[in-house]
Design a binder for this molecule. Structure first.
Ligand code: DAH
Length: 334
């Protein structure tokens, strides 16, 4: 009778220990303590023989049921603990960046171009576009550039082998004409784009480079507007300490025309006082005539400058060819 009464409490004790085993070693220990060869449960089973014939079947049945329960509990706890052992010890931070290779970056010229566009957007300019394969009319004639102008010389310009005098545009100024032919004033555009000239590549020249053109047409536009705009943009691009000055110059599509110099800490670092950076002027009345704008009503200014030059000054790059070699050791620095 006493044996029968021992089964249930021993089973409960064994179940409690198996289920609470903290790791696989503790589980094995609990298993040994109850159902191993020297376990308490095994000892109980060995005592079955000491029972009377009447008691034995009931006790045997209870012990067998208990054994099944203990084995099930043991197996369940074992798979739980094995899973736990397989998981990382530290909690996983799913917000950490993955182990992928670094993503690509924008080319420094693209970055500078986007900066320039961003500055002009703040003051109401939109980006316009035109073809790189141009004709003489848009590139020269409509811009009041006479047929004997050196820019039109075969030595200076890439002409295509076609009958209608097509060429790779020598400047983005051609887009001024295309835009004005298409839309009525007011006009407020900037034109980033690639241009081509017959130049040998050296540290400061390349047969193809990039320009930004600007054009503003409205009523009562003045040189003061031009200067204020240029000053605002160059200060954003090259630093708040940037000063600019206008020098008289000649362009056939503007009158008066100027070259723009600037001065700041970057220029001082190069051991210079002023650095030439852009060309500009008030749109020539003949250009307005060419696009059917009334020069008595409309006034405007235009400018153009090189993007590579801005990038070289800004980043202290001394060889323009680095921009086109696409050496990742160079590109990764921006
Ligand atoms: N097209 C000139 C160049 O390539 C730059 C330029 C000068 C553009 C004066 C202009 C301008 O719009 O008004 O050197």
């Amino acid at each position: 009778m006493s044996l029968l009464n021992e089964i249930e409490p021993l089973k409960q004790a064994a179940l409690a220990e198996l289920k609470s085993a903290a790791d696989l070693a503790a589980l094995d220990q609990a298993k040994g303590a109850y159902v191993g060869p020297n376990g308490k449960f095994t000892a109980l089973m060995k005592q079955l023989g000491t029972l009377s014939k009447e008691e034995r079947p009931a006790a045997g049945k209870l012990i067998n049921q208990a054994k099944v329960e203990l084995e099930t509990a043991l197996a369940e706890r074992r798979s739980e603990l094995e899973l736990k052992a397989a998981l990382p010890k530290e909690p996983t931070d799913f917000t950490l960046p993955g182990r992928r290779r670094p993503l690509g970056k924008l080319h420094p010229l693209t970055q500078v171009t986007e900066d320039i566009i961003r500055s002009f957007r703040k003051i109401g300019f939109v980006v316009a576009d035109g073809p790189e394969i141009e004709d003489e009319y848009h590139c020269f004639d409509a811009l009041n550039t006479p047929a004997d102008h050196p820019a039109r010389d075969l030595q200076d310009t890439f002409y295509l082998n076609t009958t209608d005098k097509q060429l790779l545009r020598t400047h983005t100024s051609s887009v001024q004409i295309r835009v004005m032919k298409k839309q009525q004033p007011p006009v407020r555009i900037i034109v980033p784009g690639r241009v081509y000239r017959r130049d040998n590549a050296d540290a400061t020249h390349n047969p193809t480079f990039h320009q930004i053109e600007g054009l503003y047409v409205d009523k009562n536009v003045t040189v003061g507007d031009l200067k204020g705009t240029v000053e605002f943009v160059f200060r954003e691009l090259l630093g708040k300490d940037t000063k600019i000055r206008f020098r008289p110059h000649y362009f056939s599509y503007t009158e008066p025309s100027f070259e723009i110099d600037f001065q700041n800490a970057l220029v001082k670092k190069l051991g210079k006082d002023w650095l030439e950076i852009a060309g500009c002027g008030m749109v020539h009345p003949q250009v307005f005539e060419n696009v059917n704008y009334d020069p008595e009503v409309w006034t405007g200014w235009a400018f153009g400058f090189g993007i590579e030059r801005i990038a070289m000054i800004r980043y202290g790059i001394n060889d323009i060819r680095l921009f086109y070699e696409n050496d990742v050791r160079f590109l990764r620095q921006f």
